[in-house]
Design a protein around this ligand. Structure first.
Ligand code: 5AD
Ligand code: SF4
Length: 450
């Protein structure tokens, strides 16, 4: 962390008259990174602008996991190019998309209106980059320093999006190199934070009123700090003030019996696991370099359901991976039926340059992939509805997330089901409401406070 630049920049900022706006794409880790960048800039003296049109500094924290994410970002950038002809502001683009060398070069050469191009591993240097841009320098820097964590910890915690819940990175990067995935190339090798750093950060969040923690990492269950992941869960479980602990994402190949036992025994660990399947075909899984078979996945899921009754298992599934046959796809549908997922993120395969799958020529026609996508959701949605219907008439502890209208609230059960409810009594976010469920839909349930 370069404190000098924070100081330099602070001396150039007129508090409250200079503002920033951060737009975040992609996963929860990007959201957490954005919160930290916002904290950093608030500490320096910038204020948070209500919209990008009002901001003096616009920061795009980008994603590149799927091609559609990149297309969307370039679409928004062309609007900003136009905005630059009307008003003066600093435009910084960072994150996973710009961490790709070819994209950083493209932005540098062809998108001259972008003032700062930074990466995933050097976002803590944002004050330096902004200071340089304010002093008329165009900055492109996607360098990585493997020896340090790009962690920003000494920031005001008040910049979080939610007051009652927060994500905490426990590890960075990914070593798995799934054949279709760009993440290992833009987020680097796995690095786990020490237990004491993690528990200190969570302790500070708890002191600030946070009740729910999401432990974040590309592959949290391969956490290799100075304790195992189940042991880390035990430490976090002991932190006073924290009521619910979640974690994502888990890789099926690293899901140990100790972790299942921790989920069963530690009272604050939520009964929900996000366990990406990707494909139900053992042949495709091998192609994807996933290191488990269809049978391994099913047996893990059944084991979890047996050990932790009422656990919700959610997943990610890709259809149309190169070479995927109808039989392979039938295997995916079969796993969906047997595991009974509570919810799933479904994707059509898209080529990511630089990954092994991008070399494949046995691509699935778009029409077939679209059809499989629709058949997959047609299988998933009734299962999700049925899971929600099983909650009808029952009473759940719902942690309030937000007030949506007068006497109307939105919250989550322990197993992460989204609940809309009404109540005469006033609730604030983070409070637990006891809600009886009286309507079940595919993506949420509704109820009334007793
Ligand atoms: N095409 C489609 N989906 C992808 N994902 C990752 N890479 C690709 C790709 N190239 C999906 C995976 C992963 C989720 C975050 O995004 O399912 O788990
Ligand atoms: Fe990508 Fe696979 Fe790593 Fe997940 S585990 S981030 S899909 S390479």
């Amino acid at each position: 962390m370069n404190t000098d630049y924070r100081y330099l920049l602070a001396s150039q900022v007129t508090p409250k008259s200079q503002s920033f706006f951060i737009r975040t794409y992609g996963c929860q880790m990007n959201e957490r990174d954005s919160e930290k960048m916002a904290g950093l800039l608030t500490q320096i003296g910038f204020s948070n602008a209500m919209s990008q049109d009002d901001a003096d500094i616009i920061i795009y924290n980008t994603c590149c996991v799927r091609e559609s994410a990149e297309d969307k970002i370039f679409g928004h950038l062309s609007y900003l190019k136009h905005l630059k002809t009307e008003k003066n502001f600093i435009l910084a683009v960072g994150g996973c998309m710009t961490q790709q060398k070819n994209i950083a070069e493209l932005l540098e050469d062809k998108h001259k209106y972008v003032d700062i191009i930074f990466g995933t591993a050097n976002r803590h240097r944002l004050p330096e980059f902004i200071w340089r841009a304010m002093n008329s320098e165009r900055v492109t820097d996607i360098s990585e320093d493997e020896t340090i964590f790009p962690e920003i910890t000494d920031i005001p915690v008040t910049t979080r999006v939610f007051s009652h819940k927060a994500g905490v990175n426990i590890m960075y990067g990914c070593d798995n190199f799934c054949s279709y995935c760009i993440v290992p190339y833009v987020r680097g090798r796995e690095k786990s934070r020490p237990v004491s750093d993690i528990t200190e950060e969570i302790g500070a969040l708890a002191a600030d009123g946070v009740k729910e923690i999401m432990l974040l990492g590309q592959n949290v269950n391969s956490y290799a700090g100075d304790a195992t992941f189940p042991k880390l869960l035990q430490f976090v479980n002991e932190i006073p003030g924290i009521e619910r602990i979640r974690f994502m994402t888990s890789h099926p190949k690293d899901f140990s019996d100790d972790l299942i036992a921790a989920m069963r025994d530690l009272p604050k660990i939520c009964k929900h696991v996000h366990l990406p399947l990707q494909s139900g075909s053992s042949r495709v899984l091998e192609d994807m370099n996933r290191h488990y078979t269809k049978e391994d996945y099913i047996s893990l899921a059944l084991h979890l359901q047996e050990a932790v009754p009422e656990i919700a298992i959610t997943t990610d599934i890709i259809v149309g991976y190169p070479g995927e046959t109808e039989e392979d796809f039938q295997d995916t549908l079969d796993v969906v039926r047997r595991v009974q997922f509570s919810s799933a993120f479904t994707f059509i395969y898209s080529k990511r340059s630089g990954t092994p799958a991008a070399e494949r020529t046995d691509l699935i026609p778009r029409k077939t992939a679209n059809e499989r996508f629709d058949r997959l959701t047609a299988e998933l949605y009734p299962i999700m509805t049925k899971k929600n219907e099983a909650k009808l008439g029952r009473i759940f502890d719902v942690m309030v997330e937000e007030v949506t209208d007068a006497h109307k609230y939105k919250g989550r059960t322990n197993d992460h089901t989204l609940v809309h409810f009404t109540a005469e009594k006033e609730f604030s976010s983070g409070e637990i409401a006891s809600v009886r469920i009286d309507t079940a839909k595919t993506f949420y349930v509704s109820g009334t406070v007793l």
